[in-house]
Design a protein around this ligand. Structure first.
Ligand code: PGA
Length: 241
């Protein structure tokens, strides 16, 4: 596991975007795994700058997003479909046909989740997966529990996640209670993983993760300790609290 501690969020975002840029330049047909939430927003801004200013080419890139709320329309401002368009896709030359985000309104979740994992495999697997981390240690929406799902599945959100994400909604009651998420197994199949975390709120969970002593389903991010190619990029606040 490689660790970069950057001085602030801006630097963290630039370092992360540079990694993505290098990987796209090495392999223009790359399959990227993308995350939503506040953490990667800065990285997406940097990637847009790289596209507009330096011609970074996304035309052959394929993307798979980690998760989506269940029951929310794609056009809802809090959907991750909406987020990805606003934060990245609408501002780069990606072919929308090559962007995949779980469908939170699927009528047949079991079949759909299986198909999502199969589609990732069919496209050659994820080359580079970007992750955030929840204050409770979740990655994607794999919440701390007795067991963790390997494949993409529908999960219940914990109270901690509902509270953390309520900042994006008018009231906490509007936060969906379930989500569709790539499983831990899906994530660990990525060839390379970059996890980002910034701010004091993440310091506790990052400290736990960096101990690197044990894996536990109670700290889903600790499963990354099993992966041979993980880079963690954090800012000073997430490092020191
Ligand atoms: P955040 O969420 O980037 O909004 O902090 C991260 C996560 O919950 O995985």
């Amino acid at each position: 596991m490689k660790l970069y501690v950057e001085k602030d969020y801006e630097k963290l975002s630039k370092v992360a975007a540079n990694i993505v840029r290098e990987e796209i330049e090495k392999n223009p047909n790359i399959v990227l795994g993308l995350a939503t939430g506040s953490t990667p927003e800065g990285m997406y801004r940097e990637l847009i700058k790289m596209h507009k200013g330096e011609g970074l080419d996304f035309s052959k890139v394929t993307t798979f997003n980690l998760d989506e709320y269940v029951g929310i329309d794609e056009g809802h401002p809090n959907s991750y479909h909406y987020f990805m368009k606003e934060m990245l896709f609408n501002h780069i030359n990606i072919d929308f046909k090559n962007t995949f985000i779980p469908d939170g309104k699927t009528k047949d979740p079991e079949k759909y989740c299986k198909k999502y994992d199969e589609l990732i495999e069919k496209k050659g697997g994820i080359d580079l997966q970007i992750l955030g981390i929840g204050e409770n240690g979740h990655i994607a929406f794999n919440e701390p529990d007795e067991t963790l799902n390997l494949g993409t599945s529908i999960v219940n959100l914990t109270q901690s996640t509902i509270e953390a994400n309520s900042r994006f909604f008018d009231s906490i009651d509007e936060v969906p209670k379930t989500a569709i998420t790539m499983g831990i197994g899906t994530i660990l199949k990525a060839k390379k993983i970059v996890l980002l975390a910034n701010g004091k709120k993440k310091a506790k969970v990052i400290k736990e993760l960096l101990k690197g002593e044990k894996i536990s389903t109670k700290l889903p991010a600790s499963m990354l300790l099993l992966h041979p190619n993980v880079t963690i990029i954090i800012d000073q606040e997430a490092y020191n609290g």
